[in-house]
Structures are given as structure tokens and as C-alpha cells.
Design a protein around this ligand. Structure first.
Ligand code: SAH
Ligand code: DHB
Ligand code: MG
Length: 220
């Protein structure tokens, strides 16, 4: 698909122009591939977007749901000021094992608390770390509406929430689509739109990871 080649070329241009070479992040992707993890991490320019957003809101406590090999975790943890802290949740032990090594290599194992287990079980245990300032939700998409409910309990007015993969090649706009990931996406939009204390939008993205998008939310 010609468009897709153009998206990839523009992503390459953005990354080459704006992102310095980063052996730690590149090494994490290499370790993920060597361990057979799926290459579903955020793209480098998206990782930097998350990093910039966390800095823009001055985040001191960050929560991530869905670690995989810790690629996005590294981007986010690097946004923290001294004394900041991050919790990331991963259900799959094999993914968590790779992420732990990547976080050590990044020098971030003292900053990032990686919790292993299904996020719906881990989230209620995090009340002592709350409120979080910035939350990135990027795990099993059918649970996105549930993650919204649980994360709001760990938020304060002004907390910023970012949900990944809310567009899915435009499928989320199709009411007849029966993919559970798509249904989770539609339910997330419905919950965000109906909630009186949330201001939300979504941005579509094209690039190395295809056509997808982020939902951006501020808790009122
Ligand atoms: N944020 C990562 C990519 C995450 S991929 C990055 O951009 O680098 C999604 C991850 O969510 C996978 O590792 C998957 O194992 C994990 N996951 C799926 N269901 C989960 C659940 N119920 N609780 C916690 N993690 C889950
Ligand atoms: C998938 C999950 C993701 O978080 C992502 O960014 C891309 C794809 C997936 O499960 O296919
Ligand atoms: Mg994702």
C-alpha cells in the first residue's frame, strides 16, 4: 500500500530528524525480538510523544497498564523528575522477565516498580501509590472500560490518561464490528463521552505501526 510506505518514510524522517540515537531503547527492542515478543510496542516517535506529555504535565507518579518488554516504560520513566516513581503492570510472566532486564539495562529498575499479574487484580493494590499524575493504558483492549473505572479511583483532578490503540484501522467507528478489541474501544469512547468529570478527545495516528490512535483524557 503506497500510503503505508509514505507513512513509514515520514516516521523514519521524524525519528531521524528529532530523536537522537538511543542504544538503550534500540537494545530493548532487540532483546524483545530475541525473546520472541510481539513487536507491538509504541513507535519511537510515539514513545517520545508519551515522554513529552508526561513532562508537559509535570508527572511525578506514572502508571502504565501493559508493559510488554518495557519499551514505553523506559520512555515514560525517563520523563520523571528525581524522586519520581512509576508502576507498570504486566500479566504475562515471559514479557515481564524481558522487561525487567531491559529496565536494568536502562538504569531504571530502581524507578519502575513492575507488578506481575492481571491488571484488574493489581490495580486495587495500588491505592498507597495514588494518586497518579499520568496513566498510559495499553493492555488487553476489551478491558479498557474496566481500566477506566479502576484508574479513576487512582486519579486526582488533573490526572492525564492516555489509551493506546483506540482507532484500530478505523474499525472502532464500525458499529457492526464484532472484534472484542473493537467493542472494548467503542465502550471506552461511550464511557468517556458520558462521564461528567472527564474531558477527552482522540487523535488518529498513521506511521510505522499502521493506522491507529490515542485517546487523551484529563480528569476534572
Ligand atoms: N506498552 C507496551 C506495549 C504493551 S502490549 C509498549 O508500548 O512498549 C500489551 C501488553 O499487555 C502485553 O505484554 C500483554 O501481555 C499485556 N496484557 C494483556 N492483558 C493484560 C492484563 N489483563 N493485565 C496486564 N497486562 C496485560
Ligand atoms: C496490539 C496491541 C497493542 O498494544 C498495539 O499497540 C498494537 C497491537 C495487538 O494486540 O495486536
Ligand atoms: Mg498499544
Amino acid at each position: 500500500m503506497a500510503e503505508r510506505n509514505g507513512w513509514q518514510a515520514m516516521d523514519d524522517f521524524i525519528c531521524t530528524s528529532l530523536l537522537p540515537a538511543d542504544p538503550v531503547l534500540e537494545g530493548a527492542l532487540e532483546a524483545n525480538a530475541a525473546a520472541g515478543l510481539p513487536a507491538i510496542d509504541v513507535a519511537p516517535n510515539q514513545g517520545r510523544l508519551l515522554h513529552l506529555m508526561a513532562r508537559m504535565c509535570g508527572a511525578r507518579r506514572i502508571l502504565e497498564i501493559g508493559t510488554l518488554g518495557g519499551y514505553s516504560s523506559i520512555w515514560l520513566a525517563r520523563a520523571l523528575p528525581p524522586g519520581g516513581a512509576m508502576v507498570t503492570i504486566e500479566a504475562e510472566p515471559a514479557h515481564a522477565a524481558v522487561a525487567r532486564k531491559n529496565l536494568v539495562r536502562a538504569g531504571l529498575d530502581g524507578v519502575v516498580d513492575l507488578r506481575e499479574g492481571p491488571a484488574l487484580e493489581v490495580l486495587p493494590t495500588l491505592e498507597g501509590q495514588a494518586p497518579f499524575d499520568f496513566v498510559f493504558v495499553d493492555a488487553d483492549k476489551p478491558n479498557n472500560p474496566n481500566y477506566l473505572d479502576r484508574v479513576l479511583k487512582l486519579s486526582r483532578p488533573g490526572t492525564v490518561l492516555v489509551f493506546d490503540n483506540v482507532v484500530r484501522g478505523g474499525q472502532v467507528a464500525d458499529p457492526d464490528d464484532t472484534d472484542p478489541n473493537v467493542i472494548g474501544g467503542r465502550q471506552l469512547f461511550a464511557a468517556l463521552g458520558a462521564h461528567p468529570k472527564l474531558s477527552a478527545t482522540a487523535v488518529q495516528t498513521v506511521g510505522a505501526k499502521g493506522w491507529d490512535g490515542f485517546a487523551l483524557v484529563i480528569v476534572g
